[in-house]
Write a protein that binds this ligand. Structure first.
Ligand SMILES: Cc1cc2nc3c(=O)[nH]c(=O)nc-3n(C[C@H](O)[C@H](O)[C@H](O)COP(=O)(O)OP(=O)(O)OC[C@H]3O[C@@H](n4cnc5c(N)ncnc54)[C@H](O)[C@@H]3O)c2cc1C
Length: 421
């Protein structure tokens, strides 16, 4: 393990960037001896979920093997690299509200037709996290939510914002990628990996398409390949069985107090989003929706909506399409409980794919560590908590690659070899 290392990282999302960063901070890293290359298929780093996520960090997130280490590493990275300024690291309050929207509100919104679909929840709160919800009244400084509509507020985690923080995921991922680059990592964007050749003893070469010239290029004498291709991991390494699930989100331009709010909104039966009413649609909505709303640094509020399987994962993150109507639905649901956000300008409407490690039709935990082929590694499938768990994953991957084993946390449960990857 002490010789020259030629490490190729497939994917420039948060997992690829944090892995590259911690590899360059590892005591055994020698820039004169070792080469680290990130190959990113899209036109820039963080083009997928890592740039379009909410950015919530929480000590009550999952899986337990990664969360405490990663929450601590986020704080350390922010302290070392001016994270509050560079990527908006800050503590914030977090809770969930139950709201019932009145008919007057509907009248104000001039919406009187019918809509029809259920609102699925992204599985951010597991059962253990839900048990941490403590009933209390809506904090006085949550002045951007219509108090008349709120029937209940439950704070998440310990009071005083000690267990919840946030980053702006795009700025975090690209800054960490830049720090890695400054330490010697080579980043090639628009470089889509099409083949990883391996023998029983390890990787041999990585083939990729330069999307600018359409030329097929190869990196030879590779010692290590880390597949961190998010929802595309199953395309690069099919036996990993990591696939994608699309989710839409919107970004409002608004300066509001720092809270992340999980909602459960009961809409009146005759509610129909304005944009649908204007289009003459008569979809009856089943009544309850639960978008998540995160106040964000840099004068933004982020909100995400339901996942959908309508459009399969496209070739690259550059080709991901969003459906305007799905974003407009999120905006109109939020407007029913927040006049402030109802009046705010929209900075972005977007979609991205959540990386899910699927086994027997079920979502399993992320894959972090070695595969059955020495030198071929995986860090993928982090579902809803990849931003929270990115730093721990990167740190552990640097230990796996340079030391042969992880020492900062025990992650046997996430070992890809358990799944014959
Ligand atoms: C709506 C939404 C909200 C979220 N909110 C939060 C949150 O608040 N907090 C939180 O912790 N997590 C959140 N997440 C989850 C988080 O965004 C993901 O878990 C995380 O970004 C995954 O990072 P990744 O690096 O594995 O994947 P990605 O960000 O998808 O990065 C993978 C990269 O690999 C590249 N790639 C793919 N194939 C190839 C190839 N063949 N060759 C080269 N490059 C390739 C892609 O272009 C992409 O840039 C959210 C996710 C969604 C969808």
């Amino acid at each position: 393990m002490e010789g020259r290392r030629n490490i190729v990282i497939v994917g420039g999302g948060i997992m690829g960037c944090t892995s590259a960063y911690y590899l360059t901070r590892h005591p055994k890293f020698n820039p004169a001896l070792h080469t680290i290359t990130i190959l990113e298929a899209a036109s820039s780093l963080a083009s997928g979920a890592s740039g379009k996520a909410g950015g919530l960090l929480a000590l009550w997130a999952y899986p337990a093997a990664l969360v405490p280490l990663s929450y601590r590493l986020h704080a350390e990275l922010a302290a070392e690299h001016d994270g509050p300024r560079r990527w908006g690291y800050r503590k914030l309050g977090c809770g969930s509200i139950e709201a019932v929207v009145s008919k007057d509100r509907i009248r104000e919104m001039q919406q009187a037709q019918e809509a029809g679909k259920t609102w699925e929840k992204l599985p951010k709160q597991d059962e253990a996290a839900k048990s941490l919800l403590a009933s209390s009244s809506l904090p006085a400084d949550v002045d951007w939510v219509d108090r008349d509509a709120v029937q209940g507020w439950a704070e998440m985690g310990a009071p005083g914002a000690t267990e919840t923080a946030q980053v702006h995921p795009y700025h975090f991922t690209t800054s960490i990628g830049k720090l890695a680059e400054e330490a010697g990592v080579v980043i090639k964007t628009r470089s889509k990996v099409t083949k990883i050749s391996t023998s029983k003893t390890g990787p041999e070469l990585v083939e990729y398409v330069d999307r600018d010239s359409d030329e097929v290029k190869t990196i030879t004498d590779v010692t290590d390949v880390l597949v961190a291709a998010g929802p595309w991991t199953g395309k690069v390494l099919p036996r990993a069985k990591v696939e994608g699930l699309r989710a839409h989100s919107v970004v409002f331009e608004a300066e509001v107090t720092p809270y992340a709010i999980f909602t459960d909104i009961e809409l009146p039966p005759d509610f129909i989003p304005r944009h649908r009413a204007e289009a003459g649609q008569k979809r009856r909505h089943r009544g309850r929706v639960d978008p998540e709303i995160y106040a964000r640094p840099f004068g933004e509020v982020y909100a995400c909506g339901e996942p959908d399987s309508a459009v399969p994962l496209p070739d690259t993150a550059d080709d991901v399409e969003f459906e305007e109507a799905q974003c407009d639905d999120i905006i109109s649901y939020i407007a029913t409980i927040s006049p402030v956000l109802g009046a705010a300008s929209i900075k972005a409407k977007q979609a991205c794919y959540l990386p899910r490690h699927m086994r027997f039709g079920q979502e399993s935990g992320p894959l972090v560590g070695p595969t059955t082929i020495p030198g071929l590694w995986v860090a993928s499938g982090h579902t809803c908590w990849g931003i929270q768990n990115g730093p721990a994953t990167g740190k552990l991957m640097s230990e796996f690659i340079f030391d042969g084993a992880a020492s900062s946390a025990s992650v046997d449960k996430l070992d890809p070899r358990k799944f014959k990857v």
